[in-house]
Design a protein around this ligand. Structure first.
Ligand SMILES: Nc1nc2c(ncn2[C@@H]2O[C@H](COP(=O)(O)OP(=O)(O)OP(=O)(O)O)[C@@H](O)[C@H]2O)c(=O)[nH]1
Ligand SMILES: [Mg+2]
Ligand SMILES: [Zn+2]
Length: 344
């Protein structure tokens, strides 16, 4: 027996498919024989269960034997039998945030079909350009639009410094200072949070992600996310949130909360890195040698730009480091002609 909508712990209100983020992109994937199946959106991934949102509200899915819930991400669209709630199949993702998990060579989907990735960092010792670049590379690679959110500006001596350093990280990048504890944060972020839009929050523990989820959800939220303090001596968070979950934004779209990440490994993100470091990758086309490493070759346009001050040498160093890591982490596949090539 499947549970009734009202029995569920994370009960969410009924909503038309479009306001849940359903698009023609997904509709077009339905085969004629799947017309009777209902699209639902994954709201929480548990070890052996999947909770979802349907037009009628929250539902707990019935899973076929041997279903690996790790193959699903919060935000995924799946087709289910509307009577039995039996999971039929997952639809192809429009965007996906994937990261490599420590000790594994495979990528794990963290969130799917996200329009905007809010990369949250505090204006304190948490702020780290190299780590933010990792998040940006993953956002670019997965097709989501990244926005940097700076929190705890109220506790910083000079928050403008952080804003400037964040804005340098990628051409055209939006950087917004917000205090997740204040209701005006919802107004500041409204343009990304409209009806049918999905945003996800990522960043270290203790930067204010769940606090922001609660502010975006507003006072009508059935069950607020737990939030926690940070350790005074090193400003590190306490890993309060332990699972990813989807929440309704008051009068608008959807927000995915995620647990704070300790480390972020980049793999399979070659294009995302190229977008992130566009000022370097674009110059590379002007180097004399096609396989220029921009280290010591004559006629290197990148080195020339470093010399005349248009490219920041620290960016060049970090670009190289990220590319190397990406290359080392990306599993090599045997190509069609038996050659080994880097896969993505
Ligand atoms: N003063 C101030 N405090 C903030 C701000 N943003 C968040 N906080 C506080 O920071 C603490 C941590 O916030 P959480 O929302 O639990 O952080 P989180 O990012 O969800 O952390 P994890 O769940 O551990 O990943 C809470 O006590 C918040 O009230 C801010 O802009 N200013
Ligand atoms: Mg949290
Ligand atoms: Zn070069």
């Amino acid at each position: 027996m499947c549970r009734r909508v009202t029995d569920l712990p994370h009960s969410l209100p009924p909503a038309p498919l479009a306001s849940l983020g359903w698009l023609t992109f997904f509709e077009e994937q339905r085969e004629p024989h799947e017309a009777e199946l209902a699209p639902v959106r994954i709201a929480m991934v548990h070890r052996s269960r999947l909770s979802a949102l349907s037009e009628a509200g929250s539902v707990e899915l019935t899973l076929p034997v041997h279903t690996n819930t790790g193959d699903f991400a919060v935000g995924d669209w799946v087709l289910v039998d509307p009577r039995t709630r039996m999971l039929h199949r997952r639809l192809t993702r429009r965007t996906v945030l994937e990261r490599r998990v420590e000790g594994s060579r495979t990528l794990q989907p963290a969130a799917a079909n996200v329009d905007t990735l809010f990369i949250v960092t505090s204006c304190n010792a948490d702020f780290n350009q190299a780590r933010l670049e990792r998040y940006l590379a993953l956002a670019n690679q997965g097709g989501t639009n990244p926005v940097i959110l700076l929190t705890k500006a109220d506790m910083a001596a000079d928050a403008d410094v952080y804003h400037r350093q964040a804005a340098e990280l990628q051409r055209g990048l939006d950087v917004v200072t917000v205090n997740p504890r204040l209701p005006e944060a919802a107004r500041t972020l409204a343009s990304w949070c409209g009806v049918g839009q999905t945003v996800a929050l990522v960043g270290s523990s203790g930067v204010g992600k769940s606090t922001l989820v609660n502010t975006l959800a507003g006072p009508g939220q059935a069950r607020p996310q737990e939030t926690g303090g940070i350790r005074e001596h090193d400003v590190k968070g306490r890993h309060t949130t332990t699972a990813r979950s989807l929440h309704a934004i008051a009068g608008g779209g959807w927000v995915i909360d995620t647990p704070g990440m300790r480390t972020l490994h980049v793999s399979g993100a070659t294009e995302g890195i190229a977008t992130l470091f566009a000022e370097i990758t674009e110059l590379a086309h002007s180097c004399r040698f096609r396989d220029c490493t921009h280290a010591h070759e004559p006629g290197c346009a990148v080195q020339a730009a470093v010399a005349d001050g248009t490219v920041n040498p620290e960016r060049l160093t970090r670009w190289r480091k990220l590319l190397d890591e990406n290359h080392d982490n990306t599993p090599a596949f045997t190509g069609p002609r038996g050659r080994r090539s880097a896969g993505g």
